[in-house]
Design a protein around this ligand. Structure first.
Ligand SMILES: Cc1cc2nc3c(=O)[nH]c(=O)nc-3n(C[C@H](O)[C@H](O)[C@H](O)COP(=O)(O)OP(=O)(O)OC[C@H]3O[C@@H](n4cnc5c(N)ncnc54)[C@H](O)[C@@H]3O)c2cc1C
Ligand code: FES
Ligand code: FES
Length: 1319
């Protein structure tokens, strides 16, 4: 290195423009460079670990040897800047722009309503765009696959897939969709014939408007890069950074020389392991070697006995190569290739598959590897090369388990992997070879990932079984052998120990069956096939492109054409979302003198802070200040919420101090150097059970009661008691909490820009922290990249933390929480424990219910008491139980403080209700749906807290749901299926819903608006509601358009601010449109009243003429609008009140299929019927319903928060916390808006933002139905304790069988588990 002291230039192209970086820093990612250096902020940061796709860009490279250009999607957060020499990068800005031309991909995603908050949209656009660059006529399956690496938390994916399918030549969605001729629609119509009087529409967008896709218009690959790639005088590149050197050799000998000189330097190929390790595991490498440019690593050589594939192949390229091998070679030779192909399809998303390389994958030997075990079972080998020469080693168990003698030697690297053609039966990470013509085992290999730190094998067991017949007895012995040989300790990292042990046997059994089937195919006489009922064990769930019909009421044909109310108007910012031009807080340009803030959080759940040593942190470059509680000029504890921990910490993740530095990297590095000394304190309360033991509560009990519960229990046929645990949920809004705090020059003013649902709350907290009047604090909120309740109270706390830092340093503060910190600090949905005692008659009629609810509130009050009150009030759901008592308490624990989350307690509590409905049904020999119907409210009634309501829409939704989903016929069909399938079971469930809107506190419903009309006739509309992606602003523009009688294009809506609308209440509780709509209407009507004299005098005049005239007559063209709110109340002493303004009703029916062996589940179909009254915007409302349903589905199935017994959240990223992806939504997904009346809300509409969250529970109960079927068939008790989430672990362990019976259980007193449930 001393011979090359100067850094080379890095040359690459971004959106057709040449970028020359004189001093590229090897530690910088493409994402950072795009956003901070080039100021291309369309590419978003959401996880930083390649797991969400928000930062997707297209990378194009020219291969000088094949003369081909390759376009592939990549997650910019994992692409090292230095790796881009000679590449062309296309970002969302390069695809199209509102300023120039919007690309068809962007247009369609916007017009198909594929954007809500818009934070994921640029990534979605880039994934689809890259697909179209490679396949201008994609198939629907390619569209779904292309989106597989992109997460969206808002839409539920259906409209995004639909926008992609508009490019397909043969879309799976019926081309006649929306015309009324579509087969699905006709089916719907037939099913809905009883409601034929209601004219329903299905067309949410007009495909005729779409621009055609013209691939010839796409930018060409820069010729200069072709010349660079073909330059024969290419030489080694050296990029010198602040701390790290990047070396990119131009020849193999040069690479081997570097490898020998820097034996500890990683080879950076796809960077999908090196990158995350540097970022999240604190690895540091002074030298990085990038061999990616070498042709030797990219060769493919097909020989008679196998295929050699260069280590530099990306996994996507590997897939293409294997595909051609499979198409060229006879099937008996390509068992391994086909097994690899199958796994490659589900390995991560297309971005990671395009970046990660075969060599990197093999060399990493990760325990989660899907491919290495298959390669090992297929007897692959690795060609290694070093300065000393080449050698071939087997990719076998010794290699995978990291045995030193079987591993790479210093200076060596993987050149290629040889995959032999094999006739072994190796459809999985296991393979077997038999004595010719027999089923006597000659050779057997079994590999397991995910059990220990490496992939493990079972050589002893395999050896013992050699010479044995392939039969049931051998299987039993193999199971026992595997359990003895593979040791998974009870406290293993990752938890789920019993489940993982069971999976060892489940996989073995699947392999056993597949081999028996293969033998039988060879010689059916000699080897009988497996029982027909067992074949289902062999099939994986296919990835199916979702489709469905969305139905809503048609607009009255007499409504004026220009009136947009009731039409599926596109989201006001949709095109800006899709082009990346929508500005989120972190997209705002740097402010002069700006500093970045990083947090230091508590590592103890309950401890005394003995000392905070900041000396080392303060000495680091760029660090300006460390901010602690002592720097808070005002209140550090406002309403029980603590900004900076002082003498004591009360949860892991509590902010103890922050570091302000010139860059985020410097702030983070310094934060890691702050040393805090703690002394643990007792008690440490983590779970609800522990809180109950310690009598630890945040607030007093709440109760409602009607009838005489004790008496009623004496007169029932049966009484059941039970307990249901519902775990929490992370909001996982795509935009993490972000704040820009700018201190003013005068009068202690401070401006904050942030994504929040409640700017007034931020203003209050910041004013309290700074000890200034609220009038000095201005909060600006343009949009949030998703919120779901998570941006209700937390931005106030974080805003105060940032404001204190800005106040101390006197400089603007940019405070962007990284995903892991966000998940750790801000907490989420309350875990809940529900206990019930139910008295009922044999008919299924419930006479008495006694319920107790406890929620895990965490360490501070936040919204826990209100959530608890909602739970108590909503706990009857749709059912009338004459003798009903419900009590609840919010528990105080040492977890981060849980907060508001879509549905506000209802989605948790109602699981308990539906669980006892199902349990009563099981005891009465009825279907749960029958018991639900028997107990459902039937006529105008009073709730348990004495509020009168009319459940007619509830009955309507329920009836339509059962009829139009063909519930009973499909239930029958599922039973037929289940009889023929032992290992896969189908289940169906329909759940009704009575959901409340608003809150029991009247003043929380008030709203205000401000409308200015300018002299050109354009209108600036402001109101107190926040745009979170839910389409609030779009609906407000629709309201203003109708009231003012002008086109929507005249109306502009810029931001929500405490400056324009003071004291606005939160945007939550599904009330945004209701209350702000009334305020906007009021302001517009005031203006129209003022304009009336002018209009009357000149009725034929134009809007512009009226405005001009009004001005000349000195008529004020600015008006405030106000809505006093709904008059709700709740008297907790009397246990009664008119608690809510109105109710929203709905019902959903879901069918699932479960794999009893693996615990996997697949959603086959969901039908939702939602009482929307009159929908102001059906596209927005259906979007809310679909998005909430999918979020609910995540809550009830895949999303698992893992806490250590010490209160540390393990699951802090996309890797550990799984929100639903595009492949997990229902294959058929139908939504119908049911028409009713709601005169008290704007235009007789209803608020639909939250309600459908609970309908996701139809998935949970469908799974429970399938599990119950499996248990019945196995002769087990039908009922099993229902819990949420019904994760694969729960499904597998509930479907007990001979394999679960074999698993030894551990004595809980002998170990501390890795994670514990906290509900
Ligand atoms: C979001 C995400 C999802 C993922 N999902 C999955 C999944 O579902 N299943 C799964 O199996 N894996 C998964 N992975 C892991 C992924 O497959 C590996 O990270 C990847 O294969 C590593 O390849 P790479 O080229 O990126 O290696 P790099 O990160 O570039 O390098 C990794 C290591 O390998 C060494 N190395 C690289 N090339 C060579 C070589 N030719 N010779 C010797 N050493 C070499 C390097 O020195 C380095 O130590 C996921 C990763 C991410 C980021
Ligand atoms: S931010 Fe890059 S994948 Fe999530
Ligand atoms: S629109 Fe996809 S995350 Fe919000």
């Amino acid at each position: 290195m001393t011979s090359q002291p100067d850094s080379d230039q890095l040359v690459f192209f971004v959106n057709g423009r040449k970028v020359v970086e004189q001093k590229p820093d090897p530690e910088v990612t493409l994402l950072f460079y795009l956003r901070r250096v080039l100021r291309l902020t369309g590419t978003k940061f959401a996880c930083g670990e390649g797991g969400c796709g928000a930062c997707t860009v297209m990378v194009s490279r020219y291969n000088a040897w094949s003369k081909e250009i390759r376009h592939y999607p990549a997650t910019a957060c994992l692409v090292p800047l230095c790796s881009l020499h000679g590449a062309a990068v296309t970002t969302v800005e390069g695809v199209g722009s509102i300023r120039t031309r919007v690309h068809p991909v962007q247009e369609r995603i916007a017009k198909c309503h594929g954007t809500q908050c818009g934070f994921c949209s640029p990534g979605m656009v880039m994934s689809l765009y890259t697909l179209l660059r490679n396949h201008p006529d994609p198939t629907p399956d390619q569209v779904t696959e292309a989106l597989g690496g992109n997460l969206c938390r808002c839409t539920g994916y259906r409209p995004i897939v639909e926008s992609g399918k508009t490019f397909c030549v043969e879309p799976t969605a019926c081309p006649a969709k929306g015309s009324g001729r579509c087969c699905l629609e006709q089916e719907e119509e037939e099913r809905g014939s009883t409601h034929a009087q209601e004219e329903m529409c299905t067309k949410l967008y007009n495909a005729d408007e779409f621009q055609p896709l013209d691939p010839s218009q796409e930018p060409i690959f820069p010729p200069e890069l072709i010349r660079m790639a073909e330059d024969p005088s290419r030489r080694r590149l050296t990029f010198l950074g602040e701390r790290t050197t990047w070396l990119a050799p131009a020849t193999l000998p040069d690479l081997l020389q570097l490898r020998a000189s820097f034996p500890h330097a990683p080879l950076v190929m796809g960077n999908t392991t090196v990158g995350p390790n540097i970022k999240f595991k604190g690895e540091f490498h002074p030298v990085l070697i990038s061999p990616a440019r070498l042709p030797e690593l990219c060769l493919v050589n097909s020989e008679d006995n196998g295929v050699t594939i260069g280590a530099g192949h990306s996994l996507a390229q590997l897939s293409d190569t294997l595909q051609s091998v499979v198409s060229e070679q006879p099937p008996e030779k390509t068992e391994t290739c086909r097994a690899l192909l199958k796994h490659l399809r589900t390995l991560a998303g297309p971005q990671i598959r395009s970046m990660a390389t075969l060599g990197g994958h093999v060399a990493t030997r990760a325990t989660i590897s899907d491919l290495n075990p298959i390669l090992a079972a297929g007897k692959a080998s690795i060609r290694l090369v070093s300065k000393e020469g080449e050698r071939q080693i087997p990719l076998d168990s010794a290699f995978l388990e990291g045995a030193p003698e079987a591993s790479l030697r210093p200076g060596e690297m993987v050149l290629s992997v040889f995959i032999p053609y094999t006739n072994q039966v190796s459809p999985s990470p296991m393979s077997v070879r038999f004595e010719a013509g027999t089923s006597i085992i000659r050779e057997l290999h079994m590999f397991y990932g995910g059990v220990g730190p490496t992939v493990v094998s079972t050589p002893r067991t395999c050896e013992q079984l050699v010479g044995r017949q392939w039969d049931d007895q051998t299987l039993s012995e193999a199971c026992r052998g595997v359990l003895a040989e593979v040791h998974l300790p009870p406290d293993a990292t990752g938890g789920q120990v019993q489940f993982r042990r069971t999976l060892l046997l489940s996989l073995l059994f699947k392999f056993y069956l597949s081999v028996r089937r293969a033998l039988s195919r060879l010689d059916p006489q000699k080897f009988p096939d497996i029982p027909e009922q067992f074949t289902s064990a062999l099939e994986d769930f296919p990835i199916v492109t979702p489709q469905g019909v969305q139905m809503f009421q048609c607009v009255d044909p007499h409504q004026p054409l220009r009136d947009p109310v009731g039409h599926p108007v596109m989201h006001q910012s949709a095109l800006k979302h899709a082009t990346g031009e929508a500005v989120f807080v972190d997209d705002m340009p740097p402010v002069d003198q700006e500093l970045s803030l990083a947090v230091v959080t508590s590592t103890r759940a309950h401890a005394k802070v003995i000392s905070i040593d900041t000396a080392e942190a303060l000495a680091l470059p760029g660090v300006v200040a460390v901010i602690t509680a002592e720097d808070v000029p005002g209140e550090n504890n406002h309403q029980g919420e603590i900004f900076y921990a002082q003498s004591e910490v009360i949860c892991v993740g509590q902010i103890v101090c922050t570091v302000a530095a010139d860059t985020h990297a410097h702030a983070r590095a310094a934060a890691e150097k702050v040393k805090i000394e703690y002394e643990d304190m007792e008690p440490r309360i983590i779970t609800i059970e522990q809180a109950l033991e310690h009598n630890s509560f945040l607030s007093p009990e709440r109760k409602i009661e009607q009838g005489n519960v004790e008496q009623a229990f004496k007169h029932v046929d049966q009484i059941i008691e039970g307990e249901v645990h519902v775990e929490g949920q992370e909001h996982f809004y795509m935009e993490t909490q972000t704040i820009l705090a700018i201190p003013g020059d005068e009068d202690k003013e401070m401006a904050l820009h942030l994504g929040t649902q409640f700017p007034t709350h931020v203003q209050e907290f910041v004013a309290a922290a700074l000890n200034v009047p609220r009038s000095r604090i201005a909060c600006h909120m343009r949009r949030a990249g998703g919120a779901f309740g998570g941006k209700m109270t937390k931005p106030a706390l974080l805003g105060a933390v940032a404001a204190v830092a800005a106040n101390k340093t006197g400089r603007p503060i940019r405070f962007v929480l990284e995903r892991g910190d966000d998940m750790l600090i801000t907490a989420g949905r309350h875990p809940l424990l529900g206990r019930y005692k139910i008295g009922f008659m044999k008919s299924g009629l419930i006479k008495a219910a006694d319920l107790e609810f406890y929620i895990n509130g965490g360490c501070t009050p936040d919204e826990s008491q209100l959530v608890l009150e909602f739970i108590v009030l909503k706990s009857e759901n749709a059912y009338h139980i004459p003798n009903f008592r419900c009590r609840g308490r919010a528990c105080k624990t040492n977890l981060p403080s849980n907060t508001a989350f879509r549905g506000f307690g209802f989605p948790q509590a109602t699981v308990v209700v539906e669980a006892y409905m199902a349990s009563v049904a099981a005891h009465c020999g009825l279907l749960p749906e029958e018991v639900r119907e028997i107990n459902m409210y039937k006529r105008t009634s009073q709730t348990a807290y004495k509020q009168t309501f009319n459940p007619k829409p509830l009955r309507q939704c329920w009836k339509q749901c059962l009829e139009r989903s063909s519930f009973h016929a499909r239930k029958q069909a599922a039973e037929d299926f289940n009889r023929q399938s032992y290992w896969k079971k189908r289940g169906l469930a329909a759940v009704p819903m009575k959901f409340t809107i608003g809150v029991p506190i009247a003043y929380y419903h008030q709203a205000a608006a401000l409308v200015h009309i300018y002299l050109d006739g354009s209108v600036l509309l402001t109101h107190g509601g926040c745009e979170l992606g839910q389409g609030l602003h779009t609906k407000m523009v629709q309201v203003a358009s109708r009231e003012l009688g002008i086109p929507t294009s005249y109306i502009h809506l810029s931001e929500t601010s405490t400056v324009t609308v003071p004291n606005a209440v939160f945007t939550a509780g599904s009330m945004g449109t209701d209350v702000n709509g009334k305020a906007v209407q009021n302001a517009c009507q005031t203006l129209m009243t003022r304009l009336q004299p002018v209009i009357r005098r000149n009725p034929q005049g134009t809007w512009e003429e009226w405005i001009k005239e009004a001005f000349e007559e000195s008529i004020s063209l600015s008006a405030t609008g106000y809505f006093r709110g709904y008059q709700t109340n709740m008297d907790w002493d009397r246990e009664q009140g008119d608690a809510f303004p109105y109710y929203v009703y709905g019902a959903a029916c879901t069918e699932v299929e479960i794999d009893c062996l693996s615990g996997a589940q697949k959603l086959l179909r969901t039908d939702i019927f939602m009482d929307a009254a009159f929908s102001v915007n059906p596209a927005v409302d259906i979007g809310q319903i679909e998005g909430a349903f999918v979020q609910g589905m995540g809550l009830y199935t895949t999303e698992e928060l893992k806490y250590s017994p010490q209160g540390m959240l393990h699951s802090r990223g996309t890797n550990e916390y799984k929100i639903p992806t595009v492949t997990e939504i229902p294959e058929e997904f139908h939504v119908t808006l049911v028409h009713s009346r709601n005169p008290i809300a704007i235009y007789s509409s209803k608020g639909l933002g939250e309600a459908a969250m609970f309908l996701g529970a139809s998935v949970l109960f469908a799974i429970a139905d399938a599990v119950a079927t499996a248990r019945r068939e196995r002769g087990l008790g039908e009922t099993v304790t229902l819990g949420s989430p019904a994760s694969p672990e729960w499904i597998r362990m509930s479907c007990e069988d001979q394999f679960t019976d074999m698993i030894p259980s551990d004595d809980p007193s002998t170990f501390t588990p890795w994670s514990i449930p906290v509900s």
